[in-house]
Design a protein. Sequence first.
Length: 338
Amino acid sequence: MDLFELARALVDIESVTGNEGRAGQFLYDYLAPLASRFDGRIERMDVEPGRFNVFAGWGEKLTVTLSTHMDTVPPFFASREDAGNIWGRGACDAKGIIASMIKAVEALLEAGERDFGVLFVVGEERNSAGAYCAAASPRGSRYIVNGEPTGNKLALGSKGALRYEVAASGVMAHSAYPELGDSAIHKLVEALERMLRIPLPSDRLLGPSTLNVGTISGGRAPNVIADEARAEILVRLVGDSSEIKEKLADAAGTVALREVLELPALHLNALDGLETTVVAFTTDIPAFGGQWGEPFLLGPGSIHVAHTPGEYVPKRQLLEAVAIYRNIIRQLCKRQSK
């Protein structure tokens, strides 16, 4: 497959978080001949039944690992292409990135170069389960290049994430007699409104912290006082989370607040010859915990179209990314050999 065919083949495999098995098997089957032909190694790293990371490496030592995620957000929709772009769920986040990474590795292997690998993980879009699993089984990598849509610019920083489940309970009653019940929805809405009014910090590099109410559900019917209601919120962190946690707990009041995930904000290093940027999204990098080496963050595509019905990646950027990933590997291997 050429680069664009590979990207489309990956997009056309539905791999919404939790259902990555087919995508993982496709990648394993694609990489296995490369591992065999160029004296490499390949393995599945089981995360849970039906879900596994895929790792392949070449050379006596693992200097650089190219890594990104194979899962996507819902809903799935298949690929299409025109003269300039490849469209479809995961086109830029992150299956086009996977394709560019693989093609960069193929080119380096054909040129006789070694000491690098690829690691494709599950679960980034929800809880970084694959990255946490990989962190528990490092392979000695000195550097990891994480792929997310940055417009092929090297990110000098990324925001963190603090995710909570918010749950309220009440007492059911006929809505004509609200005094006989206790509305969980009213409690939840009032707590969320207080949370949205919390002043949030800002960072000179990363910009302002933000809070989003991502999901909300509950109740039984319009004429029933709700006995339960739930929501999920996510704070984009730019620094220490302790003060935000205290303010959220105060705003919750009697509503239950359960922390689900925290990933810290990051300040990252530059590399020679690469244009830089700063991104507001969160990545798998904190979940790796440094166990796969010093991190860098770069990939083709725009985060502004990721998670949207119009997700796409420019073909030009996919081609550029192949060359960029190849050059990053060479630069980092050269640095390590000094």
